[in-house]
Write a protein that binds this ligand. Structure first.
Ligand code: PBG
Length: 332
């Protein structure tokens, strides 16, 4: 709560508390540390690292490289990695069959990463879009995204991920009722300790552009996602979405995108006092890097300042492509 100042200038000179680094550190209200960062990572089925053009400094990781990255995350103090798959075009179909393949890319990546660094949490994206030939997160009929039939596929996908060893399932699809269905399936399937981080307030945003290139769904996507992702004009609706996901069994909630939606983060934290995360998405990453590469921004300071803004807004943590870089900058 903001309190009115008890004194006025010159008795109160706020600059006194800014005069040296030690006193600035002493009165600092928030902190930023590697444990606040979840590493957002794209994995692929080939060899080595493949640069993502629209995201300078970000690569797609092979399964082998992802396992090495898990060890790196552990050494940097990054608690968890969120993985997203790049799927070859010829393996995609309308139902996203590959999404629940127990021998597929995600299953193999999770196993390799947990083998290499069991101390690092692995979070899997629950959504069909990397696997569908139409690029949507759900099943389509007559141009409509079907809610309940999609949930059945998401449950198959989530159970496969849990069986592969995923620690956290993160449904990013925005179908109604999917958290309840996932939670029920995990309970009856013997996975009661698997956590759910719901993409609770996920907006239909222009800032996902580079991600769709990164996972290879940009060309596939027909139309937009406005019938399931949220309208950027709304706040009250975000609070209803979050309330529903918590009631359905989400252990943690997320707001996405990040920086353009810090007002939502702050309201969610105030309203629910749940572990609340924000996703600093691909477009936010690309925007910052593009400005830095033009010499228009001081790159490292800007990265840490954006991450700090999430902590100030009340986030428990940030899902970010900057995670390894920021953890190094923070002196891990
Ligand atoms: C979709 C999904 C998206 C992202 C994560 N999961 C894109 C979308 O909704 O089209 C975006 C991540 C980013 O932009 O960094 N299931």
């Amino acid at each position: 709560m903001t309190k009115a100042p008890i004194a006025a200038y010159p008795a109160l000179r706020p600059r006194r508390l800014r005069q040296a680094d030690w006193i600035r550190r002493m009165v600092r209200e928030t902190t930023l540390q590697p444990s606040d960062l979840l590493w957002s990572m794209v994995v692929h089925d080939g060899d080595g690292l493949i640069p993502v053009k629209s995201m300078p400094g970000v690569d797609r990781f092979s399964v082998k490289e992802a396992a090495k990255a898990a060890v790196q995350a552990r050494d940097l103090g990054i608690p968890a990695i969120a993985i997203f798959p790049f799927i070859d075009g010829e393996k995609k179909d309308a139902r996203g069959t590959q999404a629940s393949d127990p021998d597929g890319l995600i299953a193999r990546a999770v196993k390799a990463m947990k083998d290499a660094a069991p101390e690092v949490g692995i979070m899997c994206d629950v959504a069909l879009d990397p696997f569908t030939d139409h690029g949507h997160d759900g099943l389509i009929e007559d141009g409509k995204i079907l809610n309940d039939p999609t949930i059945e596929r998401l449950v198959e996908q989530g159970l496969m991920q849990a069986a592969a060893g995923a620690d956290i399932l993160a449904p990013s699809d925005m179908m109604d009722g999917r958290v309840a269905a996932l939670r029920a399936a995990l309970e009856t399937g013997g996975h009661q300790d698997v956590m759910i981080m719901a993409y609770a307030a996920k907006y239909a945003s222009a800032f996902y552009g580079p991600y769709r290139e990164a996972i290879g769904s940009a060309k596939a996507l027909k139309g937009d996602k406005r019938t399931y992702q949220m309208d950027p004009f709304n706040t009250e609706e975000a609070l209803r979405e979050v309330a529903m996901d918590i009631a359905e069994g989400a252990d943690m909630v997320m707001v996405k995108p990040g920086m353009p939606y810090l007002d939502i983060v702050q309201r969610v934290v105030e309203a629910f006092a749940m572990p609340t995360f924000a996703y600093q998405v691909s477009g936010e990453y690309a925007m910052l890097m593009a400005a830095a590469q033009n010499g228009w921004l001081e790159e490292e300071r800007a990265i840490l300042e954006t991450l700090t803004s999430f902590k100030r807004a009340g986030c428990a943590g940030i899902i970010t492509y900057f995670a390894p870089r920021a953890a190094k900058l923070l002196g891990a």
